[in-house]
Design a protein around this ligand. Sequence first.
Ligand code: GTP
Ligand code: SPV
Ligand code: MN
Length: 592
Amino acid sequence: MENMTSNKSVLSWINEKIDLVKPEKVVWIDGGQEQIEALRAEACSTGEMIKLNQELLPDCYLHRTAVNDVARVEGRTFICAPTKEEAGPTNNWMDPAEAYEMLYAIAKDSYKGRTMYVIPYSMGPVGSQFSKIGIELTDSIYVVLNMAIMTRVGADVLEALGDSNDWVRGLHCKCDIDEEKRYICHFPQDNTIISVNSGYGGNVLLGKKCFALRIASYQGKNEGWQAEHMLILGLQKPDGEIRYICAAFPSACGKTNLAMLIPPEGYYKNGYRVWCVGDDISWIRKGEDGRLYAINPENGFFGVAPGTNEKSNPNALASTRKGTIFTNVAHNLDNNTVWWEGLDKNPPANAVEWKGNPWNGQESEEKGAHPNSRFTAPAVNCPCISSEFENPDGVPISAIVFGGRRAKLAPLVYQSRDWNHGVFVGSIMASETTAAAAGAVGVVRRDPMAMLPFCGYNMADYWQHWIDIGAGLDPEKAPKIFNVNWFRKDDEGNFMWPGFGDNLRVLDWIIDRCEGKVEADETAIGFVPKAADINLEGIEDEVSDAQLAELLSVDVSLWKDEVAGIEEFYGKFDRLPATLKSELETLKANIK
Ligand code: GTP
Ligand code: SPV
Ligand code: MN
């Protein structure tokens, strides 16, 4: 097949990799529908994918990964910076030369008898000043078809690249999915990613976490911008004006749900709407007017399937009704569609579960879908996709919101006193772990800015970068910073806040605070709403006044324990910014 570019840096790198992995043939991905169609057919012929009911789910497919390959593997993810110090205490580190040697030994000849697909892709609208280009080499059709949904793929990307050497190299080799030889390695100084022995989502769709977060966070530090694990939503108020919010929650903690929220009935009637710009990643930079602007570098949603239903997230569900790839969900054999826990109360009896075994959902105790099963859906499918989704200049950000799963401690919402205090609030985030990463679920761990698994350099320097960004902003124009917690539980273990669409009630308060429209109570940890300013109309039965008071309360004795945990965490960092140290002293003084 003919090369799609004459860019020398591209061709020489690809040739090197061809010599290493020895493919039988090389196929360039042009982004055209014809090629995609042919690849779908080929994947179905080998069993790699299953074509679903084309009347109910046009252009939709099902894929099952290996049973030992169902989530990101944080323990096998490495930042291969020149020194361990540059990777910092929260990242696994490997010496770059040693890493290349080990990875090349694993990758050697691994494409024998297989096809190398060359995927040129853009993160962000092609040609936008925010956007960056990558090339992924893969031996997986599943990866090609997912990348074609999640990113902008094709010839125009190479045209935009021209002769430039400024692009991210990505080599993916499935090998034999050996978990002992699985490595996801990043070389930020070389703009390079190498992923071997996996075929799952965040491990292999290299434009996503590997590039758009780990490599991009490093690029952003050097170039004065930010790459964050944040959704972007536009909140339209009855006056028609739209304010934009970025929110960072850890994996499987509600970004997709919040980004596509449907306002409660009363709000909806009054003209409230939420528009989705992005559900997972934000690239943020200062605009000419001095405000921060964000784009979503992705082109699709790689969303958590379980729990997605007509009530919790109708927009996400609608997004998955065409052109979608489902991974590790249950297969309903009666009508050749898909099912997952929480889709409806009627699991199929004649089905195949995510591992590929026959499954009777009416009787079985086993799960039909893996808890981290996902859908890969084109962003354009989303009924509430923002009109600004393709805007190359991004959207202006009014508020930044942090949050996580905390059964106790964190109130429903609080506002930081200023930017630096907001950076502190982000840095002390903690959340219960989820199925999005391999390992134990439900354990509280520190996850600063929801970036613990995704920061491509020393987390202390990342915090300093946040502080520097704020120092370059007029405080009047800087986004206000908040923390939310949809996951507070009562002593019986029930969620105290209804969440989902009702989270709009909190977003509304956040925007009112940004615009100076409501007062708040100053507490030891920041500004907390006055109970009367959280509108409970329509949910009075679910949330009593006493419950709301509890949700908004700040328990100083719990915060004393928390401070001990923060001090221990901060103790890992030799380069902890002085600003954060002093914010911690302020918190300690406030809770005395
Ligand atoms: P990644 O794609 O992994 O980065 O995750 P995400 O942050 O986009 O997660 P998503 O929105 O898919 O969250 C999925 C999980 O969060 C499901 O278990 C949902 O039921 C739960 N969830 C989302 N919003 C809420 C909420 O407001 N309240 C409660 N209780 N659960 C929620
Ligand atoms: C996450 O785990 O935060 C995800 C899914 O968004 S994955 O792409 O697999 O990392
Ligand atoms: Mn994510």
